[in-house]
Design a binder for this molecule. Sequence first.
Ligand SMILES: [Zn+2]
Length: 333
Amino acid sequence: MMPAYPWLAESSQRLLALRRQLPHAILLHGRLGLGKFELAEAYVNLLLCENRNAAMTQACGACSSCHWLKLGHHPDFHLLQPGILDEIEATGSERKKSEWIGVEQVRDAIDFLHLSSHREGLRIVLIRPAEALNAAGANALLKTLEEPATRALLILVSHQPSRLLPTVRSRCHQLKLELPEFGSAMAWLAEQGVRDAESCLSLAGGSPLLAMTLANEDYQLRRRVLLTDLSSGKSAPVFVMAERYAKSDDAEFSLLLQSMQQWAYDLLAITLADRVRYHRDFSEQLHGLAEHVNLYRLLQWQQRLQQARRVGAHPLNIQMEMEDILLEYVAIY
Ligand SMILES: [Zn+2]
């Protein structure tokens, strides 16, 4: 079944087998960059395809159902993700897109599930990422999981399933997508023509699709600039750096925090076990820095980064947040 990523073959088989007796809710979880959402979309497509049969592993791509999904408005499919309702509600104010899925969005989706379907078929709601459900949204969802609608399927996609309510998790059929072996991920990246695959894959924590993104030249350049600055240790140019990243968007800021988290991880790993996991190309600089690290402050800095990366914790002023984080960074030496 598509998507044709080799590491998804087993999960695809399990999803195909589930068609015989479809659960009310499926939770697809696993690391970022494995193609969970693509897999979920392909599954939805197959389940709704009008030409489907038990032997099919892929939607026909030609029927009206497949066509509607391609256009993004299928009458029996509802995608729930952060921000959509906020955009509609924002009336001229400068309200940012929400990072959360709110209770009104969930209620709309539940109403949708309880309608009788177009042509008596299945109705599907796909929630991504499920950890973006706020508390009220998660509780509303829980009610539906306890009293499921007939001929309805909920698919939750999550890379942080521990953030979901345990009661939500336990009412879903759970399917965990595993990271591929390092060697087979390397082989796949080589097939895609990714240069420097090894360092990208280490940086991506073993996730092949994330490694593809990181292999992008622009990203590589920005990464080297950041790591070179961090390599200056206690004389890192805090204010120049903070100004440089002041205009980052959410995704860029999140990647920035991730790079720094991995930098902190490597410093810690060298100090404790003399090994480098993420930044093998900066191994020499990291070893030099690790000699001067104050372990207690390094751990505090790690916590500070973790706190900054929480869902919904996007700062109003990135420049000030970066200054704050970097001032704590220079103080660990
Ligand atoms: Zn079709």
